[in-house]
Design a protein around this ligand. Sequence first.
Ligand code: GLU
Length: 419
Amino acid sequence: MKVRFAPSPTGALHIGGARTALYNWLVARGSGGSLVLRIEDTDRERSTPENVAQIIDALEWLGLDWDEGPISQAERGERHRAEIARLVDEGHAYEDEGAVRLRVPGEGATVVDDVIRGEVRFAHAAIDDFVIARSDGSPLYNLAVAVDDRDMDITHVVRGEDHLSNTPRQLMVLKALGAEPPTYAHLPLLHGPDGKKLSKRHGAASVGELRAAGYLPEAVRNYLALLGWGADATTTFFTTEDLIERFSLERVSRNPAVFDEQKLRWMNGRYLRELEPGELARRLAQLHGDRPGLVEAAGAAQEKLQTLADFWPLAGFLVERPREIDQRAWQKVMGDGALDRLAEARAALAAVDPFEREEVETALRGVVDRLEVKPKDVFQPIRVAIAGTTVSPGIFESVAALGRDEVLARIDAALAQRP
Ligand code: GLU
């Protein structure tokens, strides 16, 4: 099988485009075939090198590679013009006020035998002789796509359903060229959870935004694969190897697929928890830069994260001392003998050895028992002292991750604020 991903570089790579790229990649990798990356840049005003670079960057981030290309469609103008001239010579097309139109039979129909949608008939009566070249000689989209698919020996065209209406025209060009048509598979549209066509309103719209929001490429790959496809009714988690092995166009649904960012967040959280803390820290560093202590902090926060971006608001205090304690948190927690309990906890922590999660827990629970108070009466003042707020990952994990010197220093600073 030889497939192609053919983005128009008129903007960023969106979720729908990324799914199309992934499905093509899975088809190629699963069949031992190949994938062509064709940049459909014939719209010279809206196609920019920055957009091309951004699309390639997004594909690379997703871990999708290709075997041929990137090939610029605009640079193939000579080929397109030569085929237009041949179609005119052979009587399949004719000039009309300078433009060139393809002859469409007055009767009958062109049938698209789509792997996903079945047979779709397009009556010729509804299709005019359509323009394949403008009066300046430049080729039109349907001509360029058909010539390129033929020249590149594409066997399967896998693309969004929004292109279904172009397909009869491309088939007619291919027929006039005397070419064997490829097999078509039109992927279902993407909707938001409200049933409306996917748009910016539904959250992150581009691959770049997903990346910046702290999703892992492996989680995005897994989630995108499920937007229209499933191996069975229940399985959600697939490694990329599973996807390559199990994906098939025959199992793609014709119903619209729902992109639900909440589900992606949940899946991403599962992927995050599977990472070794060192690997999690490496991913965090890629997004926001490296810091000393990031590995310990990553390990402490891991259970509570759904995206990498959740790390900073929740656990940033583990790698950077908060500038001050939040006033509301102080008022809520530090009244009523809290500072005395904090002083007790400080004394207990000073003696913990080794300064590890379990030993920290034993020491702090010892303080709770001795003072005959509720756990939170001891833990919340520590939390406010070390985090500057009332939210943090688990208190024992956080204390152990910070290390004794830093914990004691922050508690001392809080105690020094005693009014
Ligand atoms: N360039 C088209 C797009 O970005 C895709 C055309 C195709 O796959 O045939 O929507």
